[in-house]
Design a protein around this ligand. Structure first.
Ligand SMILES: Cc1cc2nc3c(=O)[nH]c(=O)nc-3n(C[C@H](O)[C@H](O)[C@H](O)COP(=O)(O)OP(=O)(O)OC[C@H]3O[C@@H](n4cnc5c(N)ncnc54)[C@H](O)[C@@H]3O)c2cc1C
Length: 388
């Protein structure tokens, strides 16, 4: 009999997990209480890119991007290749980005796919950017935006074509049966599974409690601001990301949204100190006025276009972790429970492949697409003591 796998949550992680597990021959049921991407995956800034610094994350994002390109080709997934630039602030940052660029090439990225920019190149790319205190950047012209809802739905559709079942139901409880199988109680009846994948994003802590395996995910509210331009620009503003992984502070990002609007906010991998860990069932839905004011100040300093005005966009949850890393793999005390969460502020660009990794743990007993993903196993020392 094929392994019965229940995937909980149809965000990027769960949709990817269901698709990959079905492809690997499992009997899959994907349980989502609302619609695909109704959690964080539908509330993001929608950026996908391969311009990050850690080799394992570069590899994961490259595979995810290949998947997006295939979904675009096969199913018309709309991608908007506005480009993505990770900005370097100093000579040391630029040395780091040069190293990243060498790694990208070693991993198979073409020379036109990730380009080192001098400060002048950066100025030419984004003519209104204040580059006076910047050193340059790393630019991906084929990076851009993907609609979270459409992407998750495309993965769900492929999972269904491969034999998976989609069940709209709320997971309410769980029993481990004497034969080691799982009985999952939902708002629409019980589901029996050999393996459960907890891909409930910021809600993975709650679902983990139900499954008897608490998950140290730390949900934090992040806000998005809309910046109105007085008149359209002569060029498309790529994603400009001023955050350098490892830095202590949040940093500004912004990108074109429509002809006369930019999206902007602050990004970090860190669990923000002084920021509450949110209750995902009842988190702040309004953009804070102080955040709006801070973005207004930052964007006016960084993007020298007169007459910009800011308005609240929306809020959503980053499913963060104490060590700023994903959690993907079997729970140490029961390898028939696979956790897949902790995607923080990068789960749109990474989530589908995080899900693939979880599915491979479930069906094949190890990650095969991204073999280095064993680094993200649950129960690691750096997560201990961080259950909220
Ligand atoms: C403001 C903001 C901007 C962002 N911008 C970007 C960006 O530009 N690029 C990027 O890569 N990432 C971005 N992110 C991060 C990204 O959105 C998340 O990392 C990602 O969506 C997490 O995906 P997930 O599948 O783990 O969780 P989710 O998408 O939250 O999916 C979890 C699913 O589980 C379901 N669920 C929960 N409990 C239950 C239950 N009991 N029963 C059944 N179903 C349940 C939920 O309904 C939900 O659909 C941003 C996030 C925010 C908040």
């Amino acid at each position: 009999m094929n392994t019965r796998i229940a995937v909980i949550g149809a965000g990027t992680a769960g949709s990817g997990a269901a698709r990959r597990a079905a492809e690997l021959g499992a009997k899959v049921i994907l349980i989502e209480r609302d619609a695909p991407a109704s959690g964080s995956s539908g509330r993001s800034a929608a950026i996908y890119n391969v311009q990050t610094v850690d080799p394992l994350h570069i590899e994961l994002r490259m595979r995810a991007r290949e998947l997006f390109f295939r979904l675009e080709r096969d199913h018309g997934l709309p991608l908007n290749r506005i480009g993505n630039v990770r900005v370097g602030w100093s000579d040391a940052d630029m040395e780091r980005l040069e190293t990243v660029n060498r790694t990208q090439r070693e991993l198979g990225l073409g020379p036109g796919d990730a380009i080192i920019l001098s400060r002048q190149d950066l100025q030419n790319l984004v003519p209104d950017l204040n580059t006076s205190d910047l050193a340059g950047g790393l630019f991906g012209p084929r990076d851009g935006t993907v609609n979270g809802e459409v992407m998750c739905q495309a993965l769900v559709n492929e999972a269904i074509e491969l034999g998976a079942e989609y069940k709209k139901a709320n997971v309410l409880g769980h029993q481990l049966r004497s034969d080691g199988t799982h009985l999952i109680h939902t708002s629409d009846g019980d589901v029996v599974a050999d393996i459960v994948i907890n891909a409930a994003g910021a809600w993975a802590g709650i679902v983990g409690e139900l499954l008897g395996h608490p998950v140290p995910v730390l949900p934090q509210v992040h806000d998005i601001v809309k910046v109105s331009l007085a008149t359209p620009l002569r060029y498309t503003v790529p994603m400009v990301n001023l955050y350098m992984p490892g830095s202590d502070d949040e940093a500004l990002y912004f990108r074109q949204f429509d002809e006369t609007t930019l999206l902007a906010g602050f990004h970090t991998y860190r669990v923000l100190e002084g920021h509450p860990i949110a209750d995902p069932e009842n988190y702040r839905g309004e953009v804070e006025p102080s955040y709006l004011a801070a973005v207004e100040e930052a964007i006016n300093r960084r993007f020298l276009v007169p007459g910009m005005t800011v308005q609240a966009g929306w809020t959503g949850l980053y499913p963060c972790t104490a060590d700023e890393e994903f959690i993907i793999g079997p729970e140490p005390a029961d390898n028939s429970i696979i956790t897949c969460t902790g995607l923080g502020g990068v789960g749109v660009t990474s989530g589908a492949m995080a899900g693939y990794t979880a599915a491979e743990w479930a069906v094949q007993g190890r990650p095969t697409t991204i073999s280095g993903a064993t680094r993200w196993l649950p129960g690691r020392e750096s997560l201990k003591g961080t259950i909220k």
